[in-house]
Design a protein around this ligand. Sequence first.
Ligand code: URA
Length: 436
Amino acid sequence: MRMVDLIEKKKCGLELTSDEISFIIKGIMSGEIPDYQMSAFLMAVCFQGMTDQEATSLTFAMRDSGKILDLSSVPGKKIDKHSSGGVGDKTTLVLAPIIASLDVPVSKMSGRGLGFTGGTIDKLACIHPFSSPDSMDDYVNMIREHKIAISEQTGDLAPADGILYALRDATDTVQSIPLIASSIMSKKLASGCDGVVLDVTCGSGAFMTNLEDASHLAKLMITIGKSCGKSMAAVITSMEEPLGYAIGNILEVKEAIMALHGQGPDDLMEVVYKLGSYMLLLADRTDNLSDARKLMEEQVNNGKAYAKFREWVVLQGDASAGKLVDMPASFPRAERIDVITAEEDGYIKLIDAKALGTAVMMLGGGRKEKGDSIDETAGIVLHAKVADYVKKGDPLLEVHWNPKDGREEAFQLIRKAFVMSKEKTEPVKLILGEFT
Ligand code: URA
C-alpha cells in the first residue's frame, strides 16, 4: 500500500477499507508516513467526508494505537460523560459527585482547556493541591473504592489522536465531523468505559454552530460506540449563552460548589440532571429518566452529593483541599473586579459566549497555546442572562482580572458581547436534541 494512492482515493471521494485506514494510522505512529502526506489526507477528508464505516475504522485504529485502560476490576457499569466543549461549562464538577454518591462508578478522563473553552482538569486544579492520580493503578483503585476519580488524558491512551490533533490544528482541518467524532470516541473507547453520555454543545460558543451538524456528530458518535458494544446516549445542549453565571476557573469551581449545595443556576442544573439521568439509565441504576432525575435531586438536597465532592477533593488532594471547598470565600481572588453596566433599558437578546470565553482567555484565564500557564482567578461573572430585563446602569457582569498590558482588547470584546432589544426576548432553549 502507498499513502499517495490512499490520498488520491479520498480526494476522489471513494471509501477506504478498514485495512487502508489502519495502514495510515500505523504509518503515522511509526513515522513512515510524513506529516505532509497526513496533512493532505486530512484536508481530503475535510472536503470529501467519511462514511460511518470509515469513521468507525478510524476510531478503532486510533484507539488501538496505544493502551486500553482495564476497568474490569471495578464492579458495575462504568459510564463516562464527555462534552464537546463550551463556555462556563462546569457540568462535570457537579455531575460526577452526584452520580458517584448513588454508587455508580464515575471514571473520567479529561483534558485541559484551550482557546475560548475551559477544561475540567484546570478547574479542579484550582482546589490546591488537587492532582491526577500518580498511576493508572491508583486511578482504578480510587474508582473501585470511592466510585469517583478523574485523570488528565494521558499520552498512553489513543496517542494517534494527539498526533492527528496537532496536525489538524496546524492545517485548519479540525472542523470535520468524522475527524471530531473519531478523535473523541477513540479516547473514550481507550478509557475502558462501558458506555458514554455525550454532551454535544451547539451554538456560537461551541465547535458545532448549527443543529444539523451537532445532530450529525451526535448520531455518528453513537453509531461508533454501539458498533463495539458500548451503551450510548447523546444530548445536544445550547451554547448560545454561557452555561451558568461564572466563566473562569476559580469562579466556576465556586459556582459548582454552590450547585452541589442546591443553589445552582437553573440552566446548569438542567444540563446536569439531563446528562446524569442518561448516565443512571445506561448504568442500569434506573429504568426511566424521571426516576433518575428524582434520585439526583435527592442527593443534592440531602447533602450526599456535596459530601461525595468533598471526599473526592480530599482523595485527589488532601485535607486542606477539603477545608477550601467548605469555605469557597477563601479561594484567591483577582486584584480587580470591574463592573460593566447596561447602556440602555431593554431585554437581553444575546450574550456572545465565544466572545466572553475569548475575553477570559485574553485576561489570562485560558490558554492561547497548549502549555501556556493560566491565571486561575481571572474570569467573568454574569449578573443577567438572555431574556432578563435591565435598566440603564444596571450591572451586566463583573470582570475579575489582574492588570497587565494588552488587556484592552478583552474589554472591547466584553462590552460588545451583550445584544439588547426593546422587545421582549425568549430565554435560550437549552436542550436541543436527545439521541440513544
Ligand atoms: N474534542 C476532541 O477531543 N477532538 C476534537 O477533534 C474536537 C474536540
